[in-house]
Design a protein around this ligand. Structure first.
Ligand code: NAD
Ligand code: DAU
Length: 338
């Protein structure tokens, strides 16, 4: 297998590269990443050590760069593309939507076009449950739920999904879209709820919980997401959409309390803050289609996954402290106030 992974220095992309090298031997992986604030080559040190310039190649660049993408596809004779590259944080999209449209929409279209020209055999586009909008207390999202994105982030992801659909319908280009719920696990950037809570709790700092913490997310351990993507890559049908979920719906307040309890920190650190504008109330995934067609189901419970994740952060304090530099602190101060 010769695979282009875009955004492979980010959270899920780097976990996916680890997953690939754990499960396959006949493999060439090219990782194209712009190294934005969220991209971190420290996520792949072990892979670089073992496979750099033999089975693993890193290219620093932008998925929106037409010449670069075309040259990479030709030079490495790639067969499959898995597109993780994106601006991924909802709050940042509320603050400044421009980079979201540029990477998530324009970048994806460029990748699709270059991939079509290079006759790539399979293009897996990594999307999100957020394109479906928000649920009330009941119901789940299925692949046929109409798209109703509410944040600039989810709107840009929905735009990319529609471009993928159009390349399949118009050109017969073999695109598969996967839509997953909230991931957590090693290497997640500490702007997202779980690592943010861990980091602040370790420093005995207030934990910002939006509104009353009643919003619900369906949490999936990142390795289970990687497993689903692998199944889609091996068995998925061109033009299909597959939902993945973790079967673990939790209120945000429950997640935060579980982290504080694990760390032996007091609930008094919880600070209810102004709600996120346009905050989606609840996400829940019906992944029965992926179960039936691909044999997917999540294998790691929320309790087990959270324990693995928090232990990983405890054992990798260097990783997290190295991130807390200029850009991170500037965004934190701007978003949450000093
Ligand atoms: P992340 O922010 O941790 O990583 C994104 C990576 O993309 C970074 O390495 C960044 O440098 C790179 N990147 C950004 N712009 C780029 C560009 N123009 N060209 C090349 N590289 C670029 O994100 P993540 O949480 O790992 O999410 C990965 C993908 O999965 C995204 O497409 C996201 O929408 C999707 N997704 C995420 C979740 C989740 O819970 N995190 C759930 C479902 C789907
Ligand atoms: O559902 C999939 C999506 O999950 C992905 O597409 C996104 O890329 C990913 O960032 C994630 O989006 P969320 O907005 O759900 O994740 P986040 O970790 O930012 O927030 C999770 C919940 O916690 C959400 O309801 C908002 C709340 N929250 C978040 C932060 C950062 C807080 O209450 N306080 C916070 O400080």
């Amino acid at each position: 297998m010769r695979i282009l992974v875009t955004g492979g220095a980010g959270f899920i992309g780097s976990n996916f590269i680890h997953y690939l090298f754990k499960h396959y031997s006949d493999l060439v992986v090219v990782n194209l990443d712009k190294l934005t604030y969220a991209g971190n080559l420290a996520n792949l040190l072990d892979i670089e050590k073992k496979y750099k310039n033999s089975k693993y190649f890193f290219i620093h660049g932008d998925i929106a760069n037409r010449e670069l993408v075309a040259a990479i596809l030709e030079q490495y004779q790639l067969e499959v593309i898995v597109n993780f590259a994106a601006e991924s944080h909802v709050d940042r999209s509320i603050f400044n939507a421009y980079p979201f449209v540029q990477t998530n929409v324009v970048g994806t279209q460029n990748l699709l076009e270059c991939a079509k020209k290079a006759k790539i055999q399979k293009f897996i586009h990594i999307s999100t449950d957020e394109v479906y909008g928000s649920l009330g207390k009941e119901g789940k999202f299925s692949e046929s739920t109409p798209l109703a994105p509410n944040s600039p982030y989810s709107a840009s992801k929905a735009g990319a999904d529609f471009l993928c659909r159009s390349y399949f319908k118009t050109y017969g280009f073999p695109v598969i879209i996967t839509r997953c719920s909230n991931n957590y696990g090693p290497f997640q950037f500490p702007e997202k709820l779980i690592p943010l809570t861990f980091l602040r709790a370790m420093k005995d700092e207030p934990i910002p919980v939006y509104g009353q913490g009643e919003n619900v997310r369906d949490w999936i351990f990142v390795e289970d997401h990687c497993y689903g993507i692998d199944l889609a890559m091996q068995r998925g049908k061109p033009g299909a959409i597959y939902n993945f979920g973790g079967n673990a719906e939790k209120k945000n307040i429950e997640v935060v309390k579980a982290i504080l309890d694990f760390l032996g920190k007091p609930h008094s650190l919880i600070t209810f803050v102004k709600d996120r504008p346009g905050h989606d109330f609840r996400y829940a995934m019906d992944f029965s289609y992926a179960q039936k067609e691909l044999g997917f189901s999540p294998r790691i419970s929320f309790e087990k996954g959270l324990e693995i994740t928090l232990k990983w952060y405890q054992n990798n304090l260097d990783w997290i402290s190295q991130i807390q530099s200029g850009e991170y602190l500037t965004f934190m101060e701007t978003w949450y106030g000093k």
